[in-house]
Design a protein around this ligand. Sequence first.
Ligand code: RP5
Length: 166
Amino acid sequence: MPEERPPVAIIMGSQSDWETMKNAADTLEILGVDYEARIISAHRTPDRLVAFAKGARDEGFKVIIAGAGGAAHLPGMTAAMTPLPVFGVPVQSRALSGQDSLLSIVQMPAGIPVGTLAIGKAGAVNAALLAAAVLALYDDDLAERLDEWRERQTDAVAEYPLDDTP
Ligand code: RP5
């Protein structure tokens, strides 16, 4: 019997994406959500992609966060091969500042959805929050931790601006 996977898979096209995708991992850690992070390139490791995406549900994953940059086929190709929800994070590319990544991920044809987030760190953090929100539908403890996370965020916003910020 293979080992059951954590609920969230964070996949990315390259080691160079980790700097961005680590923000998703850090957010999941704060929320107490287990994850597995893997490098899977749609272009350089297509067989690894097929094996992962086709087996993801049976392995026990519940939600997939997929980050990629440039001609970013990873989220869409993953979504094509799994019924699990896939959230795509456009990584900021050097050549086109992530516009290429965003358009590659967001313009899926009808029938294969990828929930597309913002370019870069904001997208990675929000992908983790969305993944947690999905899991929280059936996990009251996680729902509570998510509420507390939002309360802390609200409490951290000062009502009045300061002249000199630290
Ligand atoms: C994409 O190409 C990756 O997702 C990455 O964002 C981009 C550049 O990859 P490297 O050349 O840095 O490996 O497949």
